[in-house]
Ligand binder design. Sequence first.
Ligand code: HEM
Ligand code: HEM
Ligand SMILES: [Fe+2]
Length: 482
Amino acid sequence: MLTSIKTNELQFESQKIGMMYFRVAIILFGAQLLMGLIAATQFLFPSFLFELFDFSVARMVHLNALIVWMLYAMIGSVYYMIPFETGREVVGAAIAKLAFWVLTAAVTVVVLVYIFIQVGPGTEQTLWLIQEGREYIEAPRWADIGIVVVVLIFYFNVFSTYLKGERTGIMTVMVANLFALAGLYLTGMGYTDNISMDQYWWWWIIHLWVEATWEVFVGTLAAFALIRMIGAKREIVEMWLWIEVLMLFGSGILGLGHHYFWIGTPEYWWEIGALFSALEPVPLVAMFVHVLYDWGKEQGIAKAKGQTASIVNNTPAMTWIVANAFGNFLGAGIWGFFHTLPQVNIYTHGTQFTSAHGHLAFFGAYATILIGMMYLAVQSAYGIKIMKSTSLSKWAAFMIMFGVMGMGIALTISGYEQVLVERAELGATWNAFFTAQNLTWMVQGLAWRLVMGVVTFIGFVFLVLDLLSIGKNAQVRERAGV
Ligand code: HEM
Ligand code: HEM
Ligand SMILES: [Fe+2]
């Protein structure tokens, strides 16, 4: 992918800009994993990097890098798909490039400030210059304002290209959804010293991003990718997409209530949150069925025409997109459903079980498909007709998926112990917390999380090596006619 900076065969500026976003995304993904490894080590050996690098900072950078690399890869995906969907070049390529550099410079400064200024007073100045203290989206206010400007430029570009070009169903969903996604960011920029109110609005971003707008985003990516990879029929894919959007918004928006059980919000949220969030797995099943259905159908049609080979023209991308369909259902749907009813959540709230769900869901629903999009972009950058998985692609996919699943299972076991001992048996007191933290079940789970984290990281290194080499190699082979 990096080697394609100068030599790529992308015809459109829009797609070159998409590549710029993908490159930064993969670097931030690496940074996220390194920070996770540091934090996981500190769980087991609290003196690790003592007074040099605080756990709170490692955790904060782990989470912010996660969100930012995903947003970068999402913007990259949009710029990549624009010419395919609208049939034309993006309207303002020059300003889009400028916005990219401004954003990247701002992200670098924000991260350096996080790392160098680890502790300090919580003043107005901290809010403006250092960080806002809202988990996942801690960027200080100056950066918040910068982000809004950059996003406005991005949205202007996408929307005006959409208006001037062809208006496919996929692109219509994309522009409408991006409007909601960007607008929600504003709800996290206000300030209040009431913690309940602060949390109330904070969930508008976190929940309404990952369980409504980001999910719809993934639906459009999957629809687009299925058309590109297996030649799925647009009418069928778009029909699915509309149904999925309806179900995702129908359950996800009021599903917000599952975060309003215990933060001082009115009690009617118990029923609303329970009902609607319990429905959230339904569209995730639909999305899973959709991918498998289209794949089977297109392969069946090809067979009927006497074609024997697989119809997939980019197997690494397909691997990651099928992993997405399944991982979204598993991590978000099943692990989410486990703890979503208030009767259960009163015990599991804020335990390692939550962390297990957080890892499996973010990975299953988002990391997977965004990696898939990178493989699609590499294929286009080298002008390859059929791109097959290499052994590096397979090892990368296997180790990353095995590693993250392993972390999720380890954390689930620790979470069970925490729920049973700390919450149910000992009554959630201060002492109960420490007793539960020190029991073997907890400690072993945390140790396995670290081991599986290392497996994930090795898989990530393979992934980078693969993205750097797969395009060139496939191009050489294809041109030589082998
Ligand atoms: C891709 C979609 C999803 C992602 C990325 C995701 C991610 C997360 C994360 C990171 C947290 C922890 C937040 C914190 O720091 O406190 C969380 C909490 C939660 N999630 Fe999800 N989630 C997703 C979908 C779902 C679904 C579909 C359900 C229900 C069916 C669900 C139910 C919950 C509940 C109940 C909590 C609160 C846990 C607690 O009380 O500690 N999530 N989610
Ligand atoms: C090298 C692999 C990784 C390691 C060692 C690791 C480690 C950690 C640690 C130690 C925490 C803090 C947990 C706590 O405060 O109890 C954390 C939180 C989190 N990580 Fe990771 N992580 C890794 C990879 C990932 C990946 C691939 C994703 C998603 C794509 C992810 C998403 C999250 C989320 C959402 C949280 C917040 C969970 C919550 O507060 O409930 N991590 N991780
Ligand atoms: Fe939620």
